[in-house]
Design a protein around this ligand. Structure first.
Ligand SMILES: *Cc1c(COP(=O)(O)O)cnc(C)c1O
Length: 373
């Protein structure tokens, strides 16, 4: 699905030197690379603070702790997302309140949010799924009307841009109270292990998040609040420092690959190409088709036989996962998400995709659909 080796080879010298330098300086934890990268990341995103942490899941958890959410508080979250979004909520004994998604855009259906707001609702967590922003303008309007926090899960959308109706343009993850992202290797900005960060504008909130990620300490060995241990290590920060200046090019390469798929599949019966929101760019963390004309799983198998990998994000909606089934959702149905779990299929889309590779994939998809229909 990705070509991490090809991407490394293109910047090998710089990466190797950056890693070697950390080893020689032995500042493995909280080395200067971590501070440098945080500054660079905030600048790139046009926000005041970027606070690195150990992974994207921690970023979500620390964000909710920093905002002071308490057990029993309700947090609205799309039901079609990676488990981490709901997991952070559940771990803090908050209550995930699932909302269905838009059938074409895959992001939270803003028309359904307000019906889920109760006096206990404290936050909304929009997920910029597959690399395209949720409808933030409407989400922020609903949030301010009901006095809710907004935590953006931008693990899949780093670098995407959102245009507000007044013309303001903001980067994904910088519009709500806290944006949470991940540097998992296959993400659009991936490191060589685990990593994550929070994007924050408010100074006090940033300070709280930073303290929580560091055992709740402001001054060393003085613990003012209960925190955790969640650090981006210096080697990963050094790698990310090298890679961040390439992020826009990486995203452009993904967009180019997505456009070629769109052109090839637009007129093919039985598949729907991803639709674009008017308000967001798409950085194609995933290129996701809806397979409607043939059986999705058979198509996946057929592609596999021809050496073409594909993935289903996600095969089981969160409200049907054993860990998240509860009395509240025993009878609930989320028809859009339940359908998506049966029809979505993501194709390889990455920064090193060449025309020949892609032509092979396109041909395999079209041939397989013809064979199965
Ligand atoms: C990857 C991802 C996460 C979690 O990031 P990790 O770094 O793997 O913990 C959270 N939410 C979404 C939508 C993701 O894709």
């Amino acid at each position: 699905m990705v070509d991490l080796k090809g991407q490394y080879q293109a910047i090998k010298e710089e990466i190797d030197a950056a890693i070697q330098s950390v080893i020689e300086n032995t500042a493995f934890i909280n080395g200067p690379e971590v501070k440098d990268f945080a500054k660079q990341l905030a600048e790139y995103n046009g926000c005041n603070y970027a606070i690195p942490c150990a992974n994207g899941t921690d970023a979500l958890q620390i964000a909710m702790m920093a905002l002071g959410l308490k057990p029993g508080d309700e947090v609205i979250v799309p039901v079609h997302t990676y488990v981490a979004t709901a997991e952070a909520i559940a771990l803090l004994q908050l209550k995930p309140v699932f909302v269905d998604v838009d059938k074409d855009l895959f992001t939270i259906d803003v028309k359904q949010i307000e019906a889920s707001v109760t006096p206990n609702t404290k936050a909304i967590v929009p997920v910029h799924l597959y690399g395209q922003c949720a409808n933030m303008e409407q989400i922020l309007t609903i949030a301010s009307k009901h006095d809710l926090f907004v935590i953006e899960d931008t693990a899949q959308a780093i670098g995407a841009e959102y245009t507000f109706s007044n013309g303001d343009v903001k980067k994904a993850g910088t519009m709500g109270d806290i944006g949470c992202t991940s540097f998992f290797p296959s993400k659009n900005l991936g490191c060589y292990g685990d990593g994550g960060a929070m994007l924050i504008n408010d100074e006090k909130l940033a300070e709280r998040a930073r303290m929580i990620a560091s055992h709740g300490q402001g001054i060393k060995y003085h613990h003012d609040i209960v925190g955790c241990n969640s650090r981006l290590d210096s080697i990963q920060a050094a790698i990310l420092k090298v890679k961040l200046p390439h992020l826009d090019d990486y995203n452009k390469a993904r967009q180019k690959a997505a456009e070629a798929y769109n052109t090839a599949f637009d007129s093919v019966d039985g598949v729907q190409i991803p639709k674009l929101a008017t308000y967001s760019t798409h950085v194609y963390h995933q290129y996701t088709l809806q397979v409607t004309g043939v059986d999705r799983d058979l198509l996946k198998e057929e592609l596999q036989k021809q050496g073409v990998p594909s993935m289903v994000y996600y095969p089981v909606p969160l409200h049907l996962q054993k860990a998240y089934i509860n009395a509240n959702y025993a009878k609930a149905t989320f028809p859009v998400t339940e359908n998506l779990s049966k029809v979505v299929l993501s194709l390889p889309v990455h920064t090193e995709m060449d025309n020949e590779q892609q032509a092979y994939i396109i041909k395999a998809v079209i041939n397989s659909i013809n064979k199965l229909s």
